[in-house]
Design a protein around this ligand. Structure first.
Ligand SMILES: C[S@@+](CC[C@H](N)C(=O)[O-])C[C@H]1O[C@@H](n2cnc3c(N)ncnc32)[C@H](O)[C@@H]1O
Length: 404
């Protein structure tokens, strides 16, 4: 097979895509046949019951300063991800806190705002070593494992026996990682019952969608953040480099634990208890430990937010009522500190005001929604792109109506 163009120094692997290489176990052999993978893909067509459906393990032990990555997915999704792994513009400076072997070992010479310590009842956890300002990026991490949800068929509430069909895939994925040690040191919740990598991924990964497929992404540094129902940080995924960053949702004081929520924010306590049951731990966060009265007051505010949300959508709601409901809604969301959801809420307000024939107010909320979505969301993702388009439409409507 001929490679069409000479390798580009900055994008040495671009040619493999242009020449149409399919990155799976049948890839034709060149000197480096599986670039960017450092191992031949391990594939099976009989992994699922769908005829012809192929799943593989793709590994690069060189990725992320030799910390390594293993991806368990189909060849098409892997081919798309390969381009992101080869992006040499990855911000090396952002990785200054990783040791050469990629271990979580903060360098005392750098101005890291956190350290890893034992937290009673929670295993390890991350605490601030200096004041961290609201909206500051606390840490940035790259994935060690990305696995399609097809490898986790019996989701939570399962028998705890794990997926025996996928065992071989998990073993390959583990062996082919550059730095095995850091995986072995990570938290587990089903010891002994399932394959080590399956357990580590189930205990530590984020749900994400790649190439339209539901996956789990495991980011070892970010995974050290414990859960809180009223967290002070938010995990932000950026699709262009597959990175996950933790962003401060409010000012964090030295000595304070840095936490994220493992479940959707804004839910009442009964829902949270049920969802957290899936994580196999008893939550000891501030909100779960709050006195009964405070918990009930918080639940009541969260229920009011849902009721307002429904009432605002009612076509019979007048513009004046909408203004009053918006004010109440924002007040409640502020007391409940649901700042990372403000982007979503404001986007809804934008649509509602537009429908009520008030494009100026719609634009105000649209702009605010975009500001928050760019802080806590993926600036290259669909939500921000949709908002930018909506704002263009609003600008045009306002211009054409002669208002400014
Ligand atoms: C993603 S890990 C978080 C880091 C982990 N503590 C460690 O030592 O690496 C998830 C595990 O941490 C523990 N954990 C996280 N948040 C907790 C909380 N709020 N209360 C008690 N345990 C918690 C549970 O054991 C859970 O299975």
């Amino acid at each position: 097979l001929q490679v069409a163009c000479p390798a580009d120094a900055l994008h040495p692997f671009k040619t493999s895509r242009q020449s149409g290489l399919l990155v799976d176990n049948e890839t034709p052999s060149l000197d480096l046949p599986h670039i960017p993978w450092t191992h031949a893909p391990y594939c099976s067509e009989s992994f699922t019951d769908t005829p012809g459906e192929k799943f593989c393990v793709f590994s690069s032990s060189a990725y992320n300063l030799h910390s390594g990555i293993s991806i368990l997915t189909d060849p098409e999704t892997a081919a798309g991800l390969a381009l992101q792994l080869n992006d040499l513009s990855l911000p090396w400076a952002a990785r200054h806190h990783l040791s050469p072997r990629g271990e979580f070992r903060p360098d005392p010479d750098t101005d890291l705002p956190y350290t890893l310590i034992d937290i009673p009842g929670k295993g390890k956890g991350v605490v601030a070593t200096r004041k961290i300002n609201q909206f500051e990026t606390i840490m940035k991490a790259y994935p060690a494992v990305i696995a399609d949800n097809v490898f986790f068929p019996q989701e939570e509430g399962d028998s705890g026996q794990g997926n025996t069909r996928a065992r071989k895939f998990f073993q390959k994925a583990l062996e082919q990682l550059g730095d095995l040690d850091r995986i072995k040191k990570m938290a587990r919740s089903r010891k002994g019952k399932v394959h080590l990598l399956e357990d580590v991924v189930r205990t530590n990964a984020f749900g994400m969608t790649i190439n339209g497929r539901d996956c789990k992404g495991m980011y070892p540094e970010i995974a050290r953040l414990n859960h809180a129902c009223d967290p002070n940080a938010f995990p932000r995924f950026t699709s262009k480099d597959l990175a996950m960053t933790a962003v401060a949702t409010r000012d964090i004081l030295p000595g304070e634990e840095i936490t994220i929520s493992y479940i959707p924010l804004g839910m009442p306590s009964s829902y949270r208890a049920k969802s957290l049951g899936n994580w196999h731990f008893e939550c000891s966060c501030g909100l779960c430990q709050a006195p009964k009265q405070a918990l009930e007051a918080s639940d009541s505010r969260r229920e009011q937010i849902v009721e307002l949300y429904v009432a605002m959508q009612d076509p019979s709601t007048t513009h004046d009522q909408l203004v009053e409901m918006t004010r109440e809604f924002i007040e409640l969301a502020q007391v409940e500190r649901l700042i990372t959801k403000i982007g979503e809420y404001y986007q809804v307000f934008m649509r509602l005001y537009y429908e009520k024939g008030d494009p100026q107010t719609a634009k105000k909320y649209g702009r605010a929604a975009l500001k928050f979505a760019e802080i806590f969301g993926d600036p290259d993702g669909g939500f921000c792109a949709g908002l930018r388009k909506d704002l263009d439409v609003l600008e045009r409507v306002i211009r054409e109506s002669g208002e400014s």
